[in-house]
Design a protein around this ligand. Structure first.
Ligand SMILES: Nc1ncnc2c1ncn2[C@@H]1O[C@H](COP(=O)(O)OP(=O)(O)OP(=O)(O)O)[C@@H](O)[C@H]1O
Ligand SMILES: [Mg+2]
Length: 456
C-alpha cells in the first residue's frame, strides 16, 4: 500500500471537473479535489498541500495564468498541468515557460492524461529530493542495511516493523551512534509512506526562530531578511515522514507550536494568517533522558506524552557485543567493493570485543575504516587499530576480577562459531570441519547458544 497523492482539478465547467475526477479516482492512488474557479482553487491550496494541479487556462474572474503565478509564489513544489482548448494552446505553452510542468490539450486521451500526471508526480519528487539533499535533510545515499542479531536488537526491530505500517508517532531513544537515524529510516521505508519524502530535521543545530521557520515555513516579509516565501518542512514532508532528530533540544519557545501541530496536524507559516493541514508521520529521537528534562523544566510534559506513544530503545553496543563480529564483517565488505576481502585476525577481534565502544556503531565503523587503511596485508591485526588500542588495553583486566567487559568462555565460543558460520556462508558441514568438531556437536552448540539459522 502506498500513500495517495493529492490532485486538484480546476475548471469552470463542472462537467470537466466531474469527468477528470472520475477518471483519476479510478486509479485509487489519487485523492482528487475540484474547484470551479481560480478563487476556490487558491482557497483549497491554502488549506492542504496539493501535489498536482490540473488547471484550465480560461476561466472567468481569476484565470489560469493568475492561479499559476499564485502557485509559483506560494506553493513552489506543487506541479501544474495546464488544460487547454485548441484555441488557447499558445497560452498553455506560454504557461510552461512560466513554470507550469506541462499542458494537456482538450480533448485528451485517458492514457495521455495519466502519463502526464504520473510524470508530474515524479518530477515533484525529484525536485523535493534535490532541495532536501542541498540541505542534507534527506540522506538516501548508501546502503541502509541494519545488521543485528543480538536478542535485544531483534526484539527492538520486531517492534519497529510492527509499528511501521501504522501512523503512530514513534520515539527512538539511544546513545550517540547507536543507529537512531537508521531505524527511523527503516520505519519510513517499511511504511505505506515509503514513496513519499523522509525529511530529517536536526532540532539541535538550528536557533529557535530558524527552527520554527524551517519546520513551518514563513511568508514573505514575516521578519527581516524574509525576502521570499519559504515552504515549511512539514509541508514538504506531506504524505511522508518527518524525523525530528535531537528532539530533546527543542527550545521552550518552539515546543508549544510543535505540540499544537502534533495534536491537530495544523500549522501556520511564520507571518501567515491561514492554517494549513498536512498529513505527516512523526518519528523523533534523542539521546537525552526526556523524563529528566521534564523534571528540570526544560521539556514540556504534554509534549513528551505526545511524542512517546511508542518508544523504541536502542541498546548501546557494549550491551550487545554479539553484534560486533557481524558488524565488522559488514563494514569491511562495505568498504571493499572488489572480490577479495580482508580478514580480521582473531587477536584483533578479541580487542574489538573487549572494548566498550562509547561512540557505538559509528565509532566501530570509523575504526574499521582506519584499520583497513593501515593494514598492509589482507589480514587486519590488532596493531592496525591504533586509535582504540590504548583504551582497549585499559579496558581488559588481564589478570583478576569479574568485569562485564570480559566475555565468558561460553560467550567467546558462541561468537567463534558465529564467525565461522558467516565465513562459510552458513554451511554446517564446512563450518564443523573448519572448527574441528563433528556435525552433531556443531548442531548441539547452535541449539544451546540459540544461534540464528542465518543472517537476516
Ligand atoms: N545495526 C546497524 N547496522 C549497520 N550499520 C549501522 C547500524 N547501526 C548504526 N549503523 C551505522 O552507524 C552510523 C551511525 O548511525 P546513526 O547515524 O543512525 O546513529 P544515531 O543514533 O542517529 O547517532 P547520533 O546520536 O550521533 O546522531 C551510520 O553510518 C549507520 O549507518
Ligand atoms: Mg543521529
Amino acid at each position: 500500500m502506498v500513500r495517495n497523492h493529492s490532485i486538484l482539478v480546476v475548471d469552470d465547467e463542472p462537467s470537466v471537473c466531474f469527468l477528470l475526477k472520475e477518471e483519476l479516482s479510478e486509479q485509487k492512488k489519487f485523492d482528487v479535489f475540484t474547484a470551479n474557479d481560480g478563487v476556490a482553487a487558491m482557497n483549497t491550496l491554502q488549506q492542504r498541500p496539493i501535489d498536482v494541479v490540473l488547471l484550465d487556462v480560461k476561466m472567468p474572474r481569476v484565470g489560469g495564468m493568475e492561479v499559476l503565478k499564485f502557485i509559483n509564489e506560494h506553493h513552489p513544489t506543487t506541479q501544474v498541468i495546464m488544460l487547454s482548448n485548441y484555441a488557447d494552446v499558445k497560452t498553455a505553452i506560454e504557461a510552461t515557460k512560466l513554470g507550469a510542468y506541462d499542458f494537456v490539450g482538450k480533448p485528451y486521451t485517458r492514457d495521455e492524461l495519466l502519463s502526464t500526471v504520473n510524470r508530474a508526480i515524479q518530477h515533484r519528487r525529484l525536485t523535493i529530493d534535490v532541495e532536501l539533499m542541498k540541505y542534507e535533510l534527506s540522506r538516501k545515499e548508501g546502503e541502509k542495511e541494519i545488521i543485528a542479531q543480538s536478542p535485544a536488537m531483534r526484539i527492538m526491530l520486531a517492534t519497529a516493523s510492527k509499528v511501521a505500517s501504522s501512523d503512530s508517532i514513534i520515539h527512538i531513544h539511544g546513545a550517540s551512534g547507536t543507529g537512531k537515524e537508521l531505524i527511523a529510516n527503516l520505519i519510513h521505508n517499511d511504511s505505506p509512506r515509503h514513496e513519499r519524502p523522509f525529511v530529517v530535521v536536526n532540532c539541535a543545530s538550528l536557533p529557535d526562530a530558524l527552527l520554527e521557520s524551517e519546520l513551518f515555513g514563513h511568508e514573505r516579509g514575516a521578519f527581516t531578511n524574509a525576502h521570499q516565501m519559504k515552504q515549511g518542512l512539514v509541508e514538504v514532508a506531506n504524505g511522508g515522514s518527518l524525523f525530528l532528530d535531537e528532539v530533546g533540544d527543542i527550545s521552550p519557545i518552539v515546543q508549544p507550536k510543535l505540540l499544537r501541530f502534533l495534536e491537530t496536524g495544523e500549522f501556520r507559516r511564520v507571518g501567515g494568517t491561514t492554517s494549513m493541514q498536512v498529513d505527516v508521520r512523526i518519528i523523533s529521537a534523542t539521546n537525552k533522558d526526556l523524563n529528566a528534562e521534564v523534571k528540570a523544566g526544560r521539556f514540556r510534559e504534554d509534549l513528551l506524552y505526545r511524542l512517546n506513544v511508542v518508544t523504541l530503545r536502542i541498546p548501546p553496543l557494549k550491551d550487545r557485543k554479539e553484534d560486533i563480529p557481524l558488524l565488522v564483517e559488514y563494514f569491511i565488505k562495505k568498504k571493499i567493493k572488489t572480490k577479495e576481502s580482508k580478514r580480521i585476525s582473531p587477536d584483533a577481534m578479541r580487542s574489538l570485543l573487549a572494548y566498550d565502544w562509547p561512540g557505538n556503531i559509528r565509532e566501530l565503523e570509523h575504526s574499521i575504516e582506519g584499520a583497513m587503511l593501515l593494514s598492509h596485508e589482507d589480514v587486519i591485526t590488532s596493531k592496525d587499530f591504533i586509535l582504540t588500542q590504548s583504551t582497549v588495553e585499559q579496558s581488559i583486566p588481564l589478570t583478576t576480577g569479574a568485569n562485564s567487559s570480559v566475555l565468558t568462555m561460553e560467550e567467546v565460543e558462541k561468537l567463534h562459531i558465529e564467525m565461522a558460520l558467516i565465513k562459510f556462508k552458513y554451511s554446517r558441514s564446512k563450518t564443523a570441519k573448519a572448527l574441528g568438531i563433528t556435525l552433531k556437536t556443531l548442531y548441539s552448540k547452535i541449539k544451546r547458544y540459540k544461534i540464528p539459522a542465518e543472517k537476516e
